[in-house]
Design a protein around this ligand. Sequence first.
Ligand code: NAP
Length: 340
Amino acid sequence: MGYRVVVVGATGNVGREMLNILDERQFPIDEIAVLASRRSLGTEVSFGDKTLKTQDLDTFDFTGWDMALFAVGSDATKVYAPKSAAAGCVVIDNSSLYRYDPDVPLIVPEVNADAVHGYSKKNIIANPNCSTAQMVVALKPLHDRAKIKRVVVSTYQSVSGAGKEGIDELWDQTKSIYNPTDDKPPKKFTKQIAFNVIPHIDVFMEDGSTKEEWKMVAETKKIVDTSIKVTATCVRVPVFVGHSEAINIEFEDFLDEDEARDILREAPGVMVIDKREDGGYVSPAECVGDYATFISRIRQDSTIDNGINLWCVSDNLRKGAALNAVQIAETLGREVLKKG
Ligand SMILES: NC(=O)c1ccc[n+]([C@@H]2O[C@H](COP(=O)([O-])OP(=O)(O)OC[C@H]3O[C@@H](n4cnc5c(N)ncnc54)[C@H](OP(=O)(O)O)[C@@H]3O)[C@@H](O)[C@H]2O)c1
C-alpha cells in the first residue's frame, strides 16, 4: 500500500521538478493529484510516462489524502495549506510562510531528519530557502567535527529561483540585447539581468540587509545550531538553473583542509570535486538535474586561526526545493506514516 499524494503548484518550476523526482525515486504512490490555479485547469503535466491534468486548488478537497507537496508561493499557501492540514493531509511547504514558526519543523533530511516528529503540532513541515538547503548540507558535517563559530557567504543565485517569470525575463532580455528595436525592460528583477548581476534578492530589511540574506541567517540557526553566526550577501546572476556560493567558515577548533575534504567526501548528499587544476571544480551549468550538492575549492583561510574556504554548487530546483521536499516526504513516510 502506498500514499495518496497531492502536488500543489504542479505547473510551476518546482512543482514539475517534484513530479520528476517522485517518479525517479519511485516514491510509493497509490494515487496522485496535481493542482494549480483555475487559469491552468486541465493543463497537462508529465509524471513519468503518464500525463496528468491539473485540477483547481480552490475547489480541491484534501480529505483522505496523505501528503500535499506545496510550491505555490506564500499568498496561496496561507489560504490553502491550513485547509489541507485541517483535513489530515500533511503539508510539505516550499514557501517561506511557515519556516520560522516554532511549531513547524524546518527540515533538510541530511541534517535534521529527526525534527520530522514535530510535524503533528500543525500538520505542516517547511522546506528551507534554496540557498540555505545546499549550504547546510556542507556545514553540518564540518560543524560536527570542529564546531562552526561564524560563516561569511556570498551567493550567485540563478533566475529560476524567481520562478517561471525569472527564467522568461533572462531569456527574452538576452535575445533583445542583440536586437535594439526589441527593448525588454526589467519587470521581475529590479535591474537588467541579462549580462549583469544584481546584489538584491527579496525585500530590504531595516538593517540594510535583504530578506534573502536574513533567511540564510535564521534558517541555518534553526536547522543546524542556534549558536552559528552567519552573514550573507545574496546576488542574482544570469544563470538559468544552479545556485553557487562562496563560503568562508570560522571554527572553534583547527580543521585541516585535507581533513575537511575527507569529511565532506563521506557526507550524505555531498559530492566533492576538488582538483587544483583547470576545470577541477564544479560550475552551476554542470549541476543541473543532479541530486548532489557539489563542493570544490576547499582551502585553508590563512587570515584567521581556524578558517576554511569552499565553493558550493547545487541545482536550486532540486536540492534547493523539489528534491528536499521529496526527501522530507520519504522521511515522513518512513518515520511516521509507515505505509508503502
Ligand atoms: N525556484 C526555486 O529555486 C525555489 C526554491 C525554494 C523554494 N521555492 C518556492 O517554491 C514556490 C514555487 O516556486 P516556483 O519557482 O515553482 O514558482 P513558479 O514557477 O512561478 O510556479 C508557481 C506555481 O504556483 C501556482 N499558483 C500560484 N498562485 C496560485 C493560486 N492562487 N492558486 C493555485 N495555484 C497557484 C502556479 O499555477 P499557475 O500555473 O496556474 O499560475 C504555478 O503552478 C514559491 O513559494 C517559491 O518561493 C522556489
